[in-house]
Design a protein around this ligand. Sequence first.
Ligand SMILES: [Zn+2]
Ligand SMILES: [Zn+2]
Length: 124
Amino acid sequence: MGAIEKIQCNNCEKSWELLTGMGKRHASLANISELYPADVAEQLTKYEEMPGVRFQFAMTPAKCETCKAFVSVPVVFVKTDEKKYTGVCPECGKSVQTFACVERCKCPECNEKKLFINKIGRWD
Ligand SMILES: [Zn+2]
Ligand SMILES: [Zn+2]
């Protein structure tokens, strides 16, 4: 089950709502591959055909410098060959930086480090 998380800036009051974690449909690499650009999707589809392939998936918060926004991107770690595939910004299609701790990030709107994150719900 995934979480709905709200990132809010204490300085400029801007906020972003993100879907994080994984849903039921993400148990399949075929479904996950639909979240990626064509070249990565093709690679993921190849894994789908490998017997006993093991992977870990999560929608992960990321900061898009182009859109000046927080977005949620797919990250899949394929354990079988130790490779990690991070998705692109759903708005502009550029690559983004995921982060472990939002409190250490600067607000894309006002550039202050006054962000906090709250779980506000669940999805799937
Ligand atoms: Zn701000
Ligand atoms: Zn973007």
